[in-house]
Design a protein around this ligand. Structure first.
Ligand SMILES: [Zn+2]
Ligand SMILES: [Zn+2]
Length: 397
C-alpha cells in the first residue's frame, strides 16, 4: 500500500524531460544556446505542469519577539477512525493550506474500519510520515481518547495501541507516562462549555495542559478565562473528518499558532509546554495580550509617519499595510479632537488608505500624536480587545 502515487508521477517527469532534451538537440543548430535552454525550461514547465497540482498558500503570519510562528492543526481524523481520508492526504491538505505542523489524532476506540486496517492505531501516523518529510511538514504523533462527551487529545505519544479502547482518565495516565502532551477537546460539544467534574479530576492529576477554544466551526469564547486561571494553552483545531476543500479567507480552517524557538518537533513541544499559543479562526484570534500585540506589530506597517497640514490643505492621509493573512478590525478609540481619521477593517495582505484631516482650529506647530486603536477581533480576554497605538508626527502651519 504505497501512500501516494507520487513515485509514478516523478518517473513521468523524467520521461518527459528526456523528450524535451531531444527537442533541444534539433533546435540548437538554428538558435543560440541561451534561447534553446530557455525554451527547454518553458517546455519542461509546460509539460510538467499537470503533475504540479498542489499549490501552497503562503498564509503569512509574522514571527514575534524572536520566536518563529508555526501554523498548526493538532486534531485531524482519517479512515483509521471515523474520517473519510487516507492519512498522507491529510498532510497534503495541510501543506496546501499553508500549515507547518499537523497531528493525526484518530480515536483510540478505533473506528468503523478496524477490520480492513489491521487495528493498528500507530499506522495512520506511520503512513503519513513519508509525505510529511517530502513536504517539510512537522508531523506530531497523536491520538484522541473519548468517553461519552469528554474527549482529549494526546500529542507526542509513543504508542497509541497502549490505550486502545480505554476510558479517558486511565488513558491519560498511560499517555502521560509515555511523555505525552494532553489537551481537552471541544469543551462545548453537544453541551454547555463549562468546567466539568471529570475534566477537573484529570486537571487535578496534572493531566490537562490545554483546551480547544475553537473546534471545527464551534467557538467557545467564554472559556478563554481558563487559559490564565488554570494556566492552560489555547488551541484552535479543525477536527476534520470529511475531505478538506481548498481554503480561502472565508473558508479557512481553525489554526493554532505556536511561537517556537526552533521549528522542529522539540521546539514545538517546548513552546506548547510554555503555553506560547494563540487560537486563530477566520476573522478572530484569541490569546495572551503580548502575543496578540506581537502579531499586530509584526503585521502592520504605517506610512507615512509624518503628516503636514496648512491653512489651505487640511486633508491628507496614511496608508496602513497588513502584511499578514490575519485580518484586523480597527476602531479609533482616541485621538486629538482636532485630528480626524476613521479606520475600519484591514484585510489580510492588503494596504488600506485612511484619510486624515485637521480641523480649522488645529494648533500650529509640530505635534507628536498617539492615536489609540482598538483591534476588535484580537481577543486578549472575553470582551477585552487588544488596544494599540499609532504614533504620528503632525505639523500644522
Ligand atoms: Zn472528539
Ligand atoms: Zn476528533
Amino acid at each position: 500500500m504505497s501512500p501516494l502515487p507520487k513515485r509514478i508521477d516523478n518517473h513521468d517527469i523524467e520521461t518527459r524531460t528526456g523528450t524535451s532534451g531531444l527537442a533541444r538537440g534539433k533546435i540548437t543548430s538554428s538558435m543560440n544556446k541561451r534561447t534553446a535552454s530557455l525554451l527547454s525550461c518553458v517546455l519542461l514547465i509546460v509539460m510538467a505542469a499537470p503533475v504540479l497540482a498542489q499549490v501552497r498558500d503562503p498564509l503569512p503570519v509574522p514571527d514575534i519577539r524572536g520566536y518563529r510562528t508555526l501554523k498548526c492543526d493538532f486534531h485531524i481524523h482519517t479512515v483509521f477512525s471515523d474520517g473519510q481520508v487516507w492519512p498522507p492526504a491529510r498532510v497534503v491538505e495541510a501543506w496546501r493550506d499553508g500549515l507547518d505542523a499537523v497531528a493525526i489524532t484518530d480515536h483510540s476506540g478505533g473506528g468503523r474500519n478496524k477490520e480492513i486496517l489491521k487495528n493498528d492505531l500507530n499506522l495512520p501516523h506511520a503512513l503519513a510520515r513519508p509525505t510529511a518529510d517530502q513536504l517539510g511538514m512537522l508531523l506530531v504523533p497523536g491520538v484522541e481518547v473519548a468517553q461519552g462527551l469528554t474527549h482529549c487529545n494526546a500529542l507526542f505519544i509513543k504508542d497509541a495501541n497502549e490505550v486502545s479502547g480505554m476510558q479517558v482518565l486511565p488513558a491519560l495516565r498511560k499517555l502521560r507516562a509515555q511523555g505525552a502532551y494532553l489537551f481537552w477537546n471541544h469543551p462545548g460539544w453537544r453541551r454547555p462549555a463549562i468546567w466539568y467534574p471529570d475534566i477537573d479530576a484529570a486537571y487535578n492529576e496534572k493531566l490537562i495542559d490545554g483546551f480547544e477554544i475553537v473546534n471545527g466551526s464551534e467557538i467557545y469564547p467564554d472559556t478563554q478565562t481558563w487559559s490564565e486561571e488554570k494556566k492552560l494553552a489555547l488551541f484552535a483545531n479543525s477536527d476534520m473528518h470529511a475531505t478538506m476543500e481548498p481554503q480561502d479567507a472565508r473558508t479557512r480552517r481553525p489554526i493554532t499558532l505556536v511561537f517556537v524557538r526552533t521549528a522542529d518537533l522539540a521546539g514545538l513541544r517546548e513552546a506548547l509546554d510554555a503555553r506560547r499559543t494563540v487560537a486563530w479562526y477566520r476573522d478572530d484570534v484569541w490569546g495572551a495580550e503580548d502575543f496578540l500585540r506581537g502579531l499586530w506589530q509584526g503585521a502592520v506597517k504605517v506610512e507615512p509617519g509624518r503628516l503636514a497640514f496648512s491653512q489651505q490643505v487640511r486633508r491628507s492621509g496614511i496608508r496602513i499595510a497588513n502584511t499578514s493573512a490575519i485580518p484586523f478590525q480597527v476602531k479609533v478609540k482616541s485621538a486629538p479632537a482636532w485630528l480626524s481619521l476613521n479606520a475600519g477593517t484591514l484585510p489580510g495582505q492588503r494596504v488600506v488608505s485612511v484619510p486624515v484631516s485637521a480641523a480649522k482650529d488645529a494648533p500650529a506647530g509640530e505635534h507628536r500624536v498617539e492615536v489609540v486603536l482598538e483591534v476588535a477581533n484580537l481577543h486578549t480576554a472575553p470582551g477585552k480587545p487588544l488596544t494599540a497605538t499609532l504614533p504620528l508626527t503632525v505639523t500644522v502651519e
